[in-house]
Design a protein. Structure first.
Lengths: 187, 279
C-alpha cells in the first residue's frame, strides 16, 4: 500500500511540475535568471510590488519566486540582506523524501504565532534563528498562507539576525500588499 | 503523577515539620560516575563523542569528531564537576600539539561547561554533552526529577484537548479525522523513528504523525484538504528533529511545544479555508 501511495504522490508531483511548466510557458524563459530593476515580480498567481532597487528571480520549479534587496542576495545560502521567497505548495512529499532531505542545520528559539497579511487573517507564522546569540546568524520566518481552499503559498522571510528588527516590517509589508489571483495557482 | 508528587511532599512536610525544609536537610552535591560515551556539542556547531572511563575520581578516555580529529584525555571528577585535558592529534599554528581543557558541571544526563586551549585561556567556548545512563558513584542510576504536570505526555494530552475544545478534530464531518490522520501518518512516523531512533525523553511524536496524516487528506475534488500542512511538512519534520535530538532538554521541550502550537494554528486555518470553500 505504501508503495502504491508513493507512486501516486510521485505522479502527482510530476503532474504539478509539468503543470507549473506549462503555465509559465507563455512567459519568457527567465528561470534562474536575475531581473532588475522592475517594480513588480509575479509567479504562480502572486504578484509582489518591489521596493526601489530590489531584484527578483524565478525558481525553476514549481513556480517559486525570490525577491531581495540586491541581486547578490538572491541565491546565497546565507542572506546578506532582506529576502522573501514564495513557493506554491502543490503536493505532499513522501515520508522517505522528507527524512532523507531533512535540513539538520541548527534552529534556535522557535516562535509560533499568527498574523494578518493584507486580507488574510490569523495566518500561522514560525520564526527561528540560525545562531544561539541574538545578533548572530540569520532570522527566518516561515508563513504558510492559504489563499483559497486547497491553495497555500509557503512564504519565507529572511534577514541577518542583526538587522531583523529593522527589515522585518518591510518584508511583511511586501507580503501584505501582494496581489493574488488564485486562478493562476498551479495544479 | 500528581498523586505521587503530593504524597512525597506530604511525607517530607510531616517528617520535617511545618513543610519547611532546613538547609541542612538539602542533599549535598551528588557524586557521579560518568563512564561511557557522551554525545557532545562544542561551540554550537562542532559535534564530538567523548568516551569516559572513571575509576574513583580519576577519569581517562578518548574524544573524536568521527572525521579524523581524535584525542585522548586524563582528568578527574569531583562531586558534580569534571575537569579533563584533551591532547588532540592536531597542531596549533606554531606547530605545537593542541591541548584543550574541558570543565563541566554534571547533572542528570548532561554535562554543561566551557573549554579553552590550554595555551590560550582566553579562547574559551561552551560545550554541552548528553548521555542516557548517568550513574551515581555507588552505581545506582541517576534518576531525573519525577515528571510533573508539564511532562511531554501531559502536554500532548493538553494539545489534543485544545483541538477538541476548538472543534477542530471532533466536530461534525471531522469526526474520525484524528484516527484517520494517525493511520495515514504512520509511514512518516515509522520512517522518522527508523532514522532517528526513539527519543530518550519518551517524546511523543504523534503530533508529527497527525500532521503527516492531515497533509495527505484530499477533498472530493482531489485538492489538498489541509494544504498548509503540505507546505510546512519540511518545517514540522525539522522541528520534530530538534525536539528529538537537541542536547538541551529545555530546547527539546520548546521545539515540541512550538510544533504543537503550529499544528493547532494550521488546522484552524485550513479548516476555515475548507469551510469557506464549501459554503
Amino acid at each position: 500500500v505504501t508503495g502504491t501511495r508513493c507512486r501516486v504522490v510521485f505522479l502527482a508531483a510530476v503532474i504539478a511540475v509539468l503543470t507549473a511548466a506549462c503555465a509559465s510557458s507563455s512567459h519568457p524563459r527567465t528561470a534562474s535568471t536575475i531581473n532588475q530593476p522592475l517594480s513588480r515580480a509575479s509567479s504562480a498567481g502572486i504578484t509582489l510590488k518591489l521596493p526601489p532597487g530590489w531584484a527578483f528571480r524565478l525558481l525553476p520549479a514549481p513556480g517559486g519566486l525570490v525577491v531581495a534587496d540586491s541581486s547578490d542576495n538572491l541565491k546565497g545560502l546565507d542572506v546578506i540582506g532582506p529576502r522573501l521567497t514564495v513557493v506554491p505548495s502543490t503536493s505532499a512529499p513522501t515520508p522517505n523524501t522528507l527524512i532523507e532531505h531533512l535540513d539538520r542545520s541548527p534552529m534556535y528559539s522557535p516562535t509560533v504565532s499568527q498574523q494578518t497579511f493584507g486580507r488574510f487573517k490569523d495566518v500561522p507564522t514560525v520564526q527561528f534563528s540560525t545562531a544561539a546569540k541574538a545578533a548572530s546568524g540569520d532570522t527566518i520566518e516561515m508563513i504558510p498562507m492559504t489563499v483559497a481552499p486547497g491553495k497555500t503559498y509557503l512564504v519565507t522571510l529572511e534577514t541577518p539576525s542583526a538587522t531583523w528588527s529593522d527589515e522585518r516590517g518591510a518584508l511583511e509589508a511586501i507580503l501584505s500588499a501582494a496581489a493574488i489571483n488564485t486562478a493562476d495557482f498551479p495544479g | 503523577v500528581f498523586g505521587r508528587a503530593g504524597i512525597v511532599v506530604a511525607l517530607v512536610a510531616s517528617v520535617l515539620g511545618g513543610g519547611r525544609i532546613p538547609v541542612s536537610a538539602l542533599p549535598s552535591t551528588q557524586c557521579y560516575n560518568i563512564s561511557g560515551p557522551w554525545n557532545t556539542l562544542q561551540g554550537g556547531n562542532r559535534t564530538l563523542i567523548f568516551t569516559f572511563k572513571q575509576t574513583g575520581s580519576a577519569v581517562t578516555g578518548t574524544a573524536t569528531d568521527g572525521a579524523g580529529l581524535n584525542g585522548t584525555f586524563t582528568g578527574n571528577v569531583t562531586g558534580d564537576h569534571v575537569d579533563v585535558i584533551v591532547t588532540w592529534n592536531a597542531k596549533r599554528a606554531d606547530g605545537s600539539t593542541l591541548e584543550g581543557e574541558y570543565e563541566a558541571t554534571i547533572s542528570h544526563y548532561t554535562l554543561t561547561g566551557t573549554t579553552h586551549d590550554v595555551a590560550n585561556p582566553s579562547s574559551h567556548t561552551t560545550w554541552t554533552s548528553s548521555h542516557v545512563d548517568t550513574r551515581l558513584c555507588n552505581g545506582a542510576p541517576s534518576n531525573p526529577e519525577p515528571p510533573g504536570p508539564s511532562s511531554t505526555a501531559e502536554e500532548f494530552w493538553n494539545f489534543l484537548q485544545t483541538l477538541s475544545d476548538d472543534h477542530l478534530l471532533t466536530d461534525g464531518a471531522a469526526s474520525g479525522l484524528l484516527e484517520k490522520a494517525l493511520k495515514d501518518g504512520k509511514a512518516t512516523e515509522d520512517e522518522f523513528e527508523s532514522k532517528m531512533g526513539r527519543d530518550p525523553d519518551g517524546f511523543d511524536i504523534r503530533a508529527l504523525t497527525i500532521a503527516a496524516g492531515l497533509a495527505q487528506q484530499k477533498t472530493a475534488s482531489g485538492a489538498s484538504a489541509y494544504p498548509s500542512f503540505v507546505a510546512v511538512m519540511p518545517v514540522l519534520i525539522r522541528m520534530t528533529y530538534h525536539a528529538h535530538t537537541d542536547l538541551d532538554p529545555q530546547s527539546r521541550r520548546n521545539f515540541m511545544l512550538a510544533s504543537y502550537r503550529l499544528i493547532a494554528l494550521l488546522l484552524r486555518q485550513d479548516t476555515a479555508a475548507t469551510q469557506a470553500g464549501s459554503s
